[in-house]
Design a protein around this ligand. Structure first.
Ligand code: NAG
Ligand code: NAG
Length: 253
């Protein structure tokens, strides 16, 4: 073991060097940022514990190993691989230690893990931050099959649809007595091209009755927050309509 001692010490020392150097400044990144679809998002990283005359030499932001934003002081250039990105601080200068990014027109695909590296004349450091993206659903809409002239005890299918949300939410069905009918429904989550989702909830009323013609569809987001609701009243056939049908007369609409 003894002959290895000095070599091991040297190895430990050498591998510590970059850490000591890096330790001179500290990059602090927010663990989690939340952005809204099509709005601006903030990817937050700032250098902490610096002396007032520190200057930023290089900033590299990466996503999944691919660089997406680079500032290089020597050439005073920004190499923006994504034109939607810029420093979040308006009129940023290399003496500004807030190297957070502003991401414009946020898309669902922008969600994920981001890495940030900063080199200053007082040392360097790296950090990580993540972005979650959310999109609100459109107001839910309800329709029924058949749409009108529903008879007592008829089987009726109701749909409640809402589009454009992310992450996927859920739909609950209630009647006027607040009885929860969700178990009798089936909700399909259809993914759109940009990863946003449409919810199509199909609820079958096995025996519709004009005593209780009123239903409500409640839309919840992925966190379980109520995002919207739609009320719907089944359109039963009028008594006159029924009499006419009994004598074999068919009324359209
Ligand atoms: C960095 O700048 C952005 C934009 O001005 C601001 O929202 C954010 O709070 C700043 N971060 C820190 C740590 O000061
Ligand atoms: C909801 O989706 C179903 C199935 O695609 C469709 O038949 C129905 O017309 C839609 N309803 C509304 C109100 O958009």
């Amino acid at each position: 073991m003894a002959p290895c001692g000095p070599a091991l010490l040297l190895l430990v020392f050498v591998s510590l060097l970059p850490c000591l150097h890096a330790g001179m400044i500290k990059l602090q990144c927010k663990n989690e940022n939340v952005g809204i679809y099509r709005q601006n998002s903030l990817l937050s990283c700032s250098v902490k514990d610096f002396s007032p005359d520190v200057t930023v030499i290089l900033v590299i932001w990466k996503k999944s190993g691919k660089s997406i934003f680079t500032f290089y002081a020597e050439k005073t250039t920004f190499e923006d691989e994504d034109p939607r990105l810029q420093f979040a601080e308006p009129n940023w200068t290399p003496n500004n230690m807030n190297i957070s990014l502003l991401l414009k027109n946020t898309q669902i695909a922008d969600a994920g893990q981001y890495e940030c590296m900063v080199v200053t004349d007082a040392g360097e450091d790296k950090g990580q931050t993540s972005l979650q993206v959310r999109a609100l659903y459109s107001k839910p809409t309800v329709c029924s099959f058949p749409e009108k002239n529903i008879e007592e005890h008829m089987k009726v299918t109701l749909y409640c649809n809402a589009s454009g949300g992310y992450p996927p939410g859920r739909i609950q069905w209630l009647d006027k007595y607040n009885t929860d009918w969700t178990a009798s429904s089936e909700t399909r989550v259809v993914q759109e091209e940009d990863k946003r989702t449409t919810l199509i909830s199909k609820f079958t009323v096995l025996q519709a009755t004009s005593v209780n013609p009123w239903y409500k569809c409640v839309l919840y987001d992925s966190d379980g927050n109520r995002q919207g609701e739609a009320k719907y009243t089944l359109s039963f056939a009028s008594k006159d309509h029924r009499k006419l049908q009994l004598i074999g007369f068919h009324l359209e609409d």
